[in-house]
Write a protein that binds this ligand. Structure first.
Ligand SMILES: N[C@@H](CCC(=O)N[C@@H](CS)C(=O)NCC(=O)O)C(=O)O
Length: 214
């Protein structure tokens, strides 16, 4: 029923992998390499599935769904338990707020295509591209660190796993890849240490994916 077009290090794909695992849903992974041959996401077959030429794409009986948060909302509606959103409306909005800090406030600014275009269109050197990404990751994660001071318990919002946690974990992984000083984010690190022990998160980690590379 479910096929996930994914790349092992894609943070947006990672969010969906955690959700599928958390809800105990079987799925087949179809790896799409984001770098090989200029990026398989730009191939015409993938373009037809997602004209944004991005991952993830979740095929539901062959119907392509993209934009990871829309996919998470679909999974939550179709498979409500175990839930990834609280029931109380303000808390649901909080979860979505925190998720969007990552989804629209960080990830799009540090995405591969943005960095590539900084180089190709504007002649930005590799080190400066990295500094650009690091800046946006630090900016967003510091906001998240403050926010979980109000909303957080064992997880980003309260004590149960929500969409916000699914967004946080891959973004912290990216932060380390860009040499962000994550030790300045103690609340986020404490939440991370609890989440990474959960089976749904363990199985979704890039190292566990069929296309994992050293
Ligand atoms: N808002 C989108 C972001 C999707 C996205 O940027 N995916 C990245 C991987 S995490 C991608 O496919 N990048 C391809 C590229 O930059 O060319 C979502 O949540 O699905």
């Amino acid at each position: 029923m479910y096929t996930l077009r994914s790349y092992f290090r894609s943070s947006a794909s990672w969010r969906v992998r955690i959700a599928l695992n958390h809800k105990g849903l079987a799925y087949e992974t179809v790896p799409v390499h984001l770098l090989k041959g200029g990026g398989e996401q730009h191939a015409s077959h993938h373009h037809r599935l997602n004209p944004m030429e991005q991952l993830p794409v979740l095929l539901v009986d062959g119907v392509p769904l993209a934009q990871s948060l829309a996919v998470l909302e679909y999974l939550e509606e179709r498979h409500p338990t175990p839930a990834l959103l609280p029931t109380e409306p303000v808390l649901r909005a909080r979860v979505r707020q925190l998720s969007e800090v990552v989804n629209s406030g960080i990830q799009p600014l540090q995405n591969l295509f943005v960095m590539q275009q900084l180089g190709v269109q504007f002649g930005v050197a590799r080190e400066a591209q990295q500094a650009w990404s690091r800046f946006w990751i630090e900016h967003g994660l510091r906001a998240l660190e403050e926010l979980v001071g109000d909303t957080g318990g064992r997880c980003c919002v309260g004590d149960a796993v929500t969409f916000a946690d699914l967004c946080l974990i891959p973004q912290l992984y990216n932060a380390r890849r860009f040499s962000v000083a994550v030790d300045r984010l103690p609340r986020l690190l404490a939440i991370e240490s609890r989440l990474v022990a959960l089976p749904a998160f363990v199985l979704a980690h890039p190292d566990q994916q069929p296309d994992a590379e050293a």
